[in-house]
Design a protein around this ligand. Sequence first.
Ligand code: ARG
Length: 303
Amino acid sequence: SIANSCATKTGVSGKPARPVREATKRSILMCRPTFFTVAYKINPWMDPEAGVDQTKALKQWQRLYDVYQELGFDVHLVDPLPGLPDMVYAANGGLVLGNVAYGAKFLHPERHAEGPAYMAWFRKHGLKVAEPRETNEGQGDFLPVGDVILAGTGFRTNPRSHQEVARVFDREVVTLKLVNPRYYHLDTALTVLDREPVDASSPCIAYLESAFDEESLAILRDRFPNAILATEEDAAVFAMNVYSDGYNVVIPSRAKTFGRQLREHGYNPISVDLSELLLGGGSIKCCTLDLHPELSTASRHIT
Ligand code: ARG
């Protein structure tokens, strides 16, 4: 499979030559944090007493938006809704592959209304929506890489939805179990650096080992032997919650080691500060829903 060629263990002798990395143009969906606040606590990062600086949150989010524009991405926006403070974390809005969007069905009642809101956007933009039966939080727990979909469970997404996704997209889904409540979504503990495999020596992904159970670690080590392993310190500032276009990787400015690790492997780290959004338990990737592949205006309309 393609994913396995990403993780090939054979044929690499000595120090592999640094691969030539290529940025690929991305199409993403974001949601302005107009109504962002921390009003309830559904993960260990959230403290409703702490107080959020909304102006700062908006400014930091705007910077991320601008960086994506500068990288030449196609950035789509979904309208934020009052009363849904977590809607800024667009990654949770669904899983899009080609012209099919598998909708989200949130675990916590505070976020239930986000599922239909995102599905309405997908429909309006010509995607075929697969209504979810099982609890799942979109790209928070589903990360496509090569021809497989890595899928997190343990806190939010029900493993039955992994089976549902395998059926909807007819792809192999690899279940990974999260064990640390601070890393409650897969995208807080693991990041995809190469959506499509580059060569056998490429890290392909980065992850925090302590966030997974032993069985999942064995799978990750087997499939991605060259993966970048994050430090605890970096993971705690959400260095795994980042977005890569295959060359440029947008990372939190507070990450200490990850930028150097990326550079060693030929990626180009770009620092952005989303500290205010971290008060809700999310960062760069959480604010970014990948549209796979590009959602071009007219051509994909299926009415
Ligand atoms: N407050 C949100 C929650 O706990 C944060 C979601 C972060 N998003 C993500 N893709 N990890 O649900």
